[in-house]
Design a protein around this ligand. Structure first.
Ligand code: F6R
Length: 613
């Protein structure tokens, strides 16, 4: 969603800020803006649309020396919430005096009440945003000390924020704070970079400080002082990012999504490395902080997440029941805290989130903690809020996922869930031999996935047949049912084709009414238990003229007979096969979207990290 960059140092701040915003483009946004400290005054440029448009606007509106001489500034990409994506609604926003500029991620929930109060005092607002209200509130609280003014203002605010503030009255520092929206501070040599996401910092330094909720930091080119909102100093450790700047580049691929699909064999190898004990037939997941006794106590596994992460949880549900004989269920994170979940100390709640910042998943973690459940997380972004708040869990090690459509995070999430289920299973029904066999299957995942990735060109040829359709149905059963849901989500979000995932048996309970001659049905018909029933469901679709694209097991000539087109995946255990199967659907969605000329990495209306409810 929205992105923040702040810079104070010796370099040309405008270029640093705009390059930083480019690094955050993947998060999804619809307008952008920058404020720099120019000769003791704040200069602002804003634009609807892309960061490139902002760059053009700043160059057109500012004299060349202004563009390049500033060494301090803040910048923002906005994903519209309050008011459309116009220039006037874009950040930075100024206070009434025009001396204080603010960029903000999150939502000020009581902004209407604050705005009325300020209007009664004579404040004039230019935009429809909640952020401008906060800028004015800070200005209103300013009695000579910017830090104190920000503290006083933030005490009056309900909601979430990650902010960076620049003041012409205090030109040699930037103040940044967070509650509910991440802020990372890059500690460079004679320069400091503030960002909502480490991707904007990577090319400057690997040394970062993550702010905690209610931290407020005074940042100069060579110092960072952190306090809480009551002005009490707090200490935050410097962490190493351990990320390669190249990981956030396209590396010769046309799109990040295609690159990330191709990276999956390596990502899976990283997610698995050192985590399987082949002699005991189990997994070793150090970060979970669980003893065999803790695991034996668990009576239920509750998996929470949103979107693609929710679908990974649905595969996990099958795995926990199948491998570990433990009652397991998946709950939508968005609903979790509103439905009074029944939880206790023997319930293991696993929060699944690539970004580790999804507002609903974070709220579910807090609810589960409140209820005394045993909570852990499965995140990709190291140091993210969910990872830090749960304090225990497993990192995916998938590397930065830049494409808005999640691919490698999903496959690594499933791989880690399978390892978790294996571990739990070994304490219960799984024998050592069963465990050794399953561990070997997990170990083979990178090569199984590589065999699907290698089919990219032939999948592109198949995609050409389907790209003109406006609707598609994905069907599967057992652990392939969540794969059908995920395949439909991938297709709709990047190709804007209407796609729905159903349990294969569910079609005839209603959706089959929509089938017409030529309607695509993408069937997960791999050779796993239930295949014959799925083939029966395919017959029902064929009888209505649907065009069938099957995902089938290599060498399964019987299944091939049922299909108009098919993509093969290697033979594997049904749970393991979910991963190569989803990779086939990722490639299918990618090629359909490419042929339809869609903006694949940043689909319309979507954001990479959904930090609002
Ligand atoms: C779809 C997609 C989203 C995310 C969802 C949760 O491709 O990426 O559905 O899966 O927004 O995000 P995380 O996993 O960051 O919590």
């Amino acid at each position: 969603m929205c992105g923040i960059v702040g810079y104070i140092g010796k370099a040309d701040a405008t270029s640093v800020l705009i390059n930083g915003l480019r690094r955050l483009e993947y998060r999804g946004y619809d307008s952008a803006g920058v404020a720099i400290m120019d000769d003791g005054r704040i200069a602002i440029a804003k634009s609807p649309g892309k960061v490139a448009a902002l760059n053009d606007r700043a160059r057109a509106e500012w004299p060349a020396e202004r563009f390049s001489r500033a060494t301090t500034g803040i910048a923002h990409t906005r994903w519209a919430t309050h008011g459309p994506p116009t220039e006037v609604n874009a950040h930075p926003h100024l206070d009434q005096s025009g001396d204080i500029a603010l960029v903000h991620n999150g939502i000020i929930e009581n902004y209407r009440a604050l705005r009325s109060r300020l209007e009664a005092k004579g404040h004039l607002f230019l935009s429809e945003t909640d952020t401008e209200v906060l800028a004015h509130l800070i200005g209103d609280c300013h009695k000579g000390d910017l830090f104190q003014a920000i503290c006083d203002a933030l005490h009056q605010v309900e909601g979430t924020f990650g902010i960076a503030v620049l003041s012409a009255r205090d030109p040699h520092r930037i103040i940044t704070a967070r509650r509910g929206s991440p802020i990372v501070i890059g500690v460079g040599e004679g320069e400091t970079i503030i960002a909502s996401d480490a991707s904007a910092i990577l090319s400057h330094t690997q040394r970062v400080i993550y702010l905690d909720d209610n931290d407020i930091a005074i940042v100069t080119a060579d110092s960072i002082e952190i306090r809480d909102l009551h002005n009490v100093p707090v200490t935050r450790e410097i962490a190493e990012l351990g990320l390669d700047a190249e990981a956030a580049e396209k590396g010769g691929f046309d799109h990040f999504m295609l690159k990330e699909i191709h990276e999956q064999p390596d990502c899976l190898a990283n997610a698995i490395r050192g985590r399987l004990d082949h002699s005991l037939g189990t997994s070793v997941l150090a970060g979970t902080g669980t003893s065999p006794r803790d695991l034996a106590e668990i009576s239920r596994v509750v998996l929470v997440g949103c979107g693609t992460s929710l679908h990974a949880g649905l595969v996990g549900e099958y795995a926990f029941e199948d491998l570990a004989d433990v009652h397991s269920e998946v709950q939508q994170a968005a609903e979790f805290r509103y439905r009074n979940p029944i939880l206790g100390s023997r319930d293991l709640v696993v929060a699944i989130s690539q970004s580790g910042e999804t507002a609903d998943t974070l709220a579910a973690v807090r609810e589960a903690n409140q209820k005394g459940a045993f909570v852990m997380s499965l995140c990709n972004v190291v140091g993210s809020t969910i990872a830090r708040e749960t304090g225990r869990g497993v990192y995916l090690h998938a590397g930065p996922e830049i494409s808005v459509a999640s691919t490698k995070a999903f496959t690594c999430q499933v791989a880690v869930l399978l390892m978790m289920a294996l571990k739990l299973g070994r304490g219960r029904r799984f024998s050592r031999e069963d465990g050794i066999r399953f561990a070997r299957e997990i170990e083979s995942l990178p090569s199984l996935v590589a065999r699907v990735v290698d089919q990219s060109d032939s999948i592109a040829t198949i995609a050409a047949t389907y790209q003109k359709n406006e609707h598609a149905f994905f069907i599967g059963r057992g652990p392939m049912y969540p794969v059908a849901l995920e395949g439909a989500l991938k297709l709709k979000e990047i190709s804007y084709l209407h796609a729905e995932g159903y349990h294969a048996a569910e079609l005839k309970h209603g959706p089959i009414a929509l089938l017409q001659p030529g309607t695509p049905v993408i069937a997960l018909a791999c050779d796993i238990p239930g295949k014959d029933k799925t083939l029966g469901n395919i017959e029902e679709c064929r009888a209505r003229g649907a065009r069938i694209l099957g995902i089938i097991t290599e060498g399964d000539h019987e299944a091939a007979e049922f299909m108009d087109d098919f993509i093969t995946i290697p033979r594997a255990h049904p749970l393991i096969a979910t991963i190569p199967a989803v990779v086939a659907l990722q490639l299918f969605a990618y090629h359909v979207a490419r042929l339809r000329g869609c903006e694949i990495d940043q689909p319309r209306n979507l954001a990479k990290s959904v930090t609002v409810e």
